[in-house]
Design a protein around this ligand. Structure first.
Ligand SMILES: Cc1cc2nc3c(=O)[nH]c(=O)nc-3n(C[C@H](O)[C@H](O)[C@H](O)COP(=O)(O)OP(=O)(O)OC[C@H]3O[C@@H](n4cnc5c(N)ncnc54)[C@H](O)[C@@H]3O)c2cc1C
Length: 398
């Protein structure tokens, strides 16, 4: 169902909206614009209409009975039949929320040949899995995924819907929330139930990371949130758990889908900061691209990877894929070694939940020391090679 409101009295059938719609969601029927289900309420058509015949609703759709929405849902992201860790982290927190609300946890598994993922979802805590297994869902595409999840939500009315804040999760969450006309809090760092109101308290950094804002969705359902990788602990799967798999019919056929996946291109540099157990990160203090060389050597000895502050990335010393922080990756390694990084709040937003933080900085007042497990005051170009040498000796002796 489209949210677009078309005033048939005003419409002159000029077709300007049909031309501009990026989703082929508008047609002229008997000289009047008509919207179909492809409409995402993106609003691209509104300003094109010369007579102001198009609008979107300004408040919640009428007659939303909030009490009829029950249960916690998690979208399980998978690629080529393998679920991403972020989805299981969401399941872990989804389980906690569902238990607090005394309701069930549902996983939504979409793909082609993904029944194993559905069974895995039960092991990770799902009471029920909606399984949509169909060739049109083989590769992630916004339109079929968003359509299917939107229809499922409309039919089954969950009160909370969580997605991982991966590239696909962010894309999908925005599309689904728009279709449903509900609120969405992106990149949450905390999710909890308010014991008095039963509302989902969605906490995330705001105003450039200078404050933590807690956001509520009191008037719309479901309450939707995305969370970045490694914000929540990975739960332990239990293959003995029982759960129900509900097969969902897929009605959309290929001809109705506007976009096609032609091929996948591997990125030249395959940086996986999210899963790294050890990260050796450099900031402006490394002084240039060559300053990362001793850090790379330490990372190599420890079996870890490089990371960087935004200052180092902005200087062009290292690609963006390595950036840690509010506008980079959120990481949660066992060991994070920050070299020549001052510890600005935006950097800390992406690494402060690391298990052990070692800070190396020549300024004893640098804010990074406030969150460091171990602080070393001094020149990184002396300390990093010395650490590398000691680790090399100790690890060789094991
Ligand atoms: C909206 C917004 C989003 C942002 N997002 C991010 C983000 O995602 N990630 C991020 O990192 N930043 C982000 N920033 C930028 C952030 O505010 C800081 O500017 C940035 O983190 C500073 O990087 P730095 O610590 O490397 O540099 P600086 O703050 O310049 O610190 C360099 C440090 O190196 C030390 N040093 C210098 N030489 C040596 C040496 N030889 N040995 C030891 N120590 C030495 C200095 O004492 C200093 O503490 C964002 C900012 C904004 C406004």
């Amino acid at each position: 169902m489209s949210l677009l409101i078309i005033d048939g009295e005003l419409c002159i059938g000029c077709g300007a909206c049909v031309e501009v719609c990026p989703f082929a969601a508008l047609d002229l029927v008997d000289g009047i614009a008509v919207a179909n289900d492809n409409c995402t309420a993106c609003s691209a058509c509104l300003s094109e209409c010369p007579v102001g015949a198009l609008s979107l609703p300004e408040s919640k759709p009428a007659d939303v009975d909030l009490s009829s929405y029950q249960g916690v849902w998690v979208w399980i992201e998978q690629f080529q039949g393998r679920a991403s860790d972020i989805s299981w982290e969401m399941m872990g927190q989804g389980r906690v929320l569902a238990d607090q609300l005394g309701t069930i946890l549902t996983a939504c598994v979409l793909g082609d040949g993904v029944e194993d993922v559905a069974r895995e979802a039960i092991a990770y805590g799902a009471d029920r899995v909606f399984l949509a297994d169909h060739p049109t869902l083989r590769h992630y595409r916004t339109q079929p995924y968003a359509r299917l999840l939107t229809d499922l939500v409309r039919e089954n009315k969950p009160e909370i819907f969580l997605l991982g804040a991966s590239s696909r999760g962010r894309d999908l969450a925005g599309a689904v929330a728009t279709h449903l006309y509900t609120g969405l809090t992106a990149d949450c760092t905390g999710l909890e139930i308010d014991p008095d109101t039963r509302l989902l308290r969605q906490t995330r950094p705001a105003y450039g990371g200078n404050i933590m804002a807690t956001i509520l969705t009191p008037h719309h359902r479901p309450q939707m949130a995305t969370v970045r990788h490694r914000v929540f602990e990975m739960p332990q799967p239990n293959s003995e758990r029982a759960g129900q798999i509900v097969r969902v019919p897929v009605t959309l056929d290929e001809a109705q889908i506007a976009c096609q996946v032609v091929e996948f291109l591997q990125e030249a540099e395959d940086v996986n900061l999210a899963d790294a157990r050890v990260i050796v990160a450099g900031g402006r203090g490394v002084g240039g691209p060559e300053g990362f060389e001793p850090l790379a050597e330490l990372a190599r000895v420890l079996g870890g990877t490089l990371g960087a502050s935004r200052a180092a990335v902005d200087e062009g010393w290292i690609p963006y894929a390595y950036q840690v922080g509010q506008t980079g990756r959120t990481v949660r390694p066992d060991l994070y070694i920050a070299c020549g990084i001052s510890g600005a709040i935006q950097h800390r937003a992406g690494m402060s939940t690391s298990q052990v933080i070692v800070a190396i900085n020549e300024d004893p007042e640098a804010p990074i020391f406030e969150i460091a497990t171990y602080g070393i005051v001094g020149n990184l170009f002396e300390i990093v090679p010395a650490l590398t040498e000691q680790f090399r000796i100790k690890l060789a002796a094991r």
